[in-house]
Design a protein around this ligand. Structure first.
Ligand code: GLU
Length: 462
């Protein structure tokens, strides 16, 4: 069988793109790309009260940030209602679905009685059109539509993550597929969509495992070929609970705003519930090359903020300086810092090795901005009176040299000789006064990226 692989991500637009959904999107995308297939974006917006266009836009922005390009969509379930109704009609006709007029009160009483009897509460099939069964006359109110779930036997599938799963049909009662107002229900819409969109592989969170046997039964009732399912285990917080806001940011775009690079996020997310030997750091291309649906973990993954931090620092070091400068510019502008754009790439090159996030890098570049003022404690500790004359002399020399790193280094050397000082006496004082920090990369390199005037100003009051 050489069917084209088609996967999808089907977020409900009730909020931002959650890390868990992003990870599922990544797996679905990588799987499709690996096999040269298609990846589809479907917006599951039937929960009208909780869905919003703003959330759709956020989800799309997050996917764009991660560069998870989709080949088709976004498809909106709310735009497919006619199609769902048409499928329900064919099922009613075929007898795989039926109308049920049981009222909520009646169903409550039924469940109550079942519980009292020690039975598991479930729909008892009272409106099921069994052969030879006499049904009551339909009441005047509108019915719901139920799926006629097969009785006896079991549903079995080979899950990409969890292996073989079997669920007895006795566990499944006749699911409502359309409410009395005609709106189709969640599990039903998913089935029709997966069928119409020709989805061959459904990769999703394992909170959906319980839906799968129902969806398989409906697909079979529709005569459809079944997709392969892969239920990816949850992402847990460090305390073992499901990852939630309590553990820190769970929105993908929050990580963008916190200064993470998309390739770091992608790399880190891919390792949550999937592995390729001991490889921790790999490119998008490697991921696609390796991601063939094997090596998916059975057990839950644990969010490790420190590891993401480490992965990000790796990618910041690797990142092109001009790209970093482009990312930094708006962040700096937001802080009210406007730095010389021409020098920004060199500034990024100089500081990126000591930064794990772009926010840290922006903090560093702040030394080149306005409002740098050393703390009194730093001045007291690092600018003793004994080095002040040397600093004055250095200031005068800096005013007259060619402004580059070599000339700055030479001026410092000359001052050290003139005053009989050592570099560890001069450099910290210079750092504190010009950068507001006692530690920086090599101070001649740092100074060379300043405007000369700024350095002279910061050495003014000695
Ligand atoms: N809309 C579901 C969710 O956001 C996804 C359902 C599915 O992938 O089948 O969890």
């Amino acid at each position: 069988m050489n069917k084209k692989i088609r996967t999808r991500i089907a977020p409900s637009p009730t909020g931002f793109l959650h890390l868990g959904t992003a990870r599922t999107a990544l797996f679905s995308w990588a799987f499709a790309r690996h096999f040269g297939g298609d990846f589809i974006l479907r917006i599951e917006d039937t929960d009208v009260a909780r869905s919003s266009q703003e959330a759709v836009e956020q989800i799309i922005a997050a996917m764009q940030w991660l560069e998870l390009g989709y080949d088709e969509g976004p498809f909106y379930q709310m735009q497919r209602l006619d199609r769902y109704r048409a499928v329900i009609d064919t099922m009613l006709e075929a007898g795989t679905a039926y109308r049920c007029w049981a009222t909520p009160e009646e169903l409550d009483a039924m469940r109550e009685a079942q519980r009292a009897n020690g039975d598991k509460p479930r729909y008892d099939g009272r409106w099921r059109p069994e052969q030879g069964k006499r049904l009551p006359a339909p009441p005047a109110h509108a019915p719901v539509i139920r799926f006629r779930n097969p009785q006896g036997g079991a549903v079995r599938w080979d899950d990409l993550c969890k292996g073989s799963i079997t669920i007895s049909n006795d566990e499944l009662d006749d699911l409502i597929i359309a409410r009395s107002d005609g709106t189709p229900t969640y599990n039903f819409c998913v089935v029709v969509d997966d069928l119409d969109m020709g989805i061959t592989h459904v990769i999703r969170g394992d909170d959906h495992v319980n839906n799968t046997p129902r969806q398989i039964n409906i697909l079979q009732a529709l005569g459809a070929e079944l997709p392969v399912y892969g239920h990816v285990p949850m992402i847990l917080g460090p305390d073992g609970d499901k990852l939630s806001k309590r553990h820190g940011a769970v929105s993908v775009l929050q990580y963008r705003d916190d200064g993470y690079l998309p390739e770091a996020m992608l790399n880190y997310l891919a390792r949550l519930g999937w592995s390729h030997g001991d490889d921790e750091l790999f490119s998008r291309e490697h991921l696609v090359g390796w991601f063939d649906g094997t090596h998916l973990s059975k057990s839950a993954a644990q969010w490790d903020a420190a590891k993401l931090h480490w992965v990000n620092s790796h990618y910041i070091k690797l990142a092109d300086d001009t790209r970093l400068a482009g990312l930094l510019e708006p962040m700096l502008a937001q802080r009210g810092q406007v730095l010389d754009a021409a020098r920004l790439p060199a500034m990024c090159a100089l500081f990126k090795d000591r930064c794990a996030t772009l926010v840290e890098l922006a903090d560093w570049l702040g030394i080149y901005g306005r409002g740098v003022k050393p703390s009194d404690a730093d001045v007291a500790a690092h600018v003793p009176d004994s080095v002040r004359p040397a600093l004055v002399s250095l200031r005068d020399r800096l005013a007259a040299i060619e402004w580059d790193k070599a000339a700055i280094a030479a001026a410092m050397k000359a001052v050290l000789a003139e005053f009989g000082l050592k570099m560890p006496q001069l450099a910290p004082a210079l750092r504190v006064l010009t950068c507001g920090r006692a530690q920086t990369p090599s101070i001649d390199a740092v100074l060379a990226l300043f405007e000369r005037e700024t350095v002279l100003e910061r050495l003014q009051h000695l």
